[in-house]
Write a protein that binds this ligand. Structure first.
Ligand code: IMP
Length: 183
């Protein structure tokens, strides 16, 4: 394995996830919420966040992939797995690993809002705000980062490195291929 530079340690991540969970607990005090994790990248973030939130919470997962070649995502998003419970009238929190261009989140936001939830919020562990092409932002952000390609804590490069406990920077030029296919 190439040498990896740690961007956020497991302790820094745990601390920040705890703070986000407290914010969500305050915002939804006394109300049930549904977390919807975007597969696969958000799975670890969701499981840590959900366990820190002190609310009546359930969770579900949604899957998407982007059309495009290995080298370049076309920006067309396709649903590969839908949610499995009714969202109408519920407090829905979409849980994302990274908000990058915003194409995926915009697609999911439109799709989930069509269910007419009571409230709709977005929690993103990382925000690459400088890469945004869509008018979308997260309500809860773990860390804002520059244009780095990161791996670990659920995030992958060609399906590898998701199981790293720390968030690391891949020491290569930014690999567009990791944006193209399964998350
Ligand atoms: P967007 O549609 O351009 O916002 O892309 C969002 C998705 O691209 C994220 O949910 C990730 O799955 C993936 N992605 C974007 N940047 C990175 C990265 O630095 N590492 C790993 N995956 C990334």
């Amino acid at each position: 394995m190439a040498e990896l530079k740690v961007l956020f340690t497991r302790d820094q991540i745990a601390q920040r996830v705890c703070e986000l969970a407290q914010e969500i607990t305050c915002d939804f005090e006394g109300q049930p919420v549904i977390f919807i994790g975007v597969l696969k990248g958000a799975s670890i973030f969701l499981s840590d966040l959900a366990r820190r939130v002190q609310l009546d919470a359930t969770f579900d997962f949604i899957g998407v992939s982007s059309y495009g070649s290995q080298k370049q995502s076309s920006g067309e998003v396709r649903l590969t797995k839908d949610v499995e419970q009714p969202l109408t009238g519920k407090n829905v929190i979409l849980v994302e690993d990274i908000l990058d261009t915003g194409l995926t989140t915009m697609y999911l936001k439109r799709m989930l809002l069509a269910h007419e939830p009571r409230t709709f919020k977005i929690a993103a562990l990382l925000d690459k705000a400088c890469r945004r092409t869509q008018d979308v932002k997260a309500d809860y952000v773990g860390f804002t980062i520059s244009n780095l390609f990161v791996i670990g804590y659920g995030m992958d490069y060609n399906e590898r490195y998701r199981n790293l406990a720390d968030i690391c920077v891949l020491p290569t030029d930014r690999p567009e291929s990791a944006h193209a296919l399964d998350k």
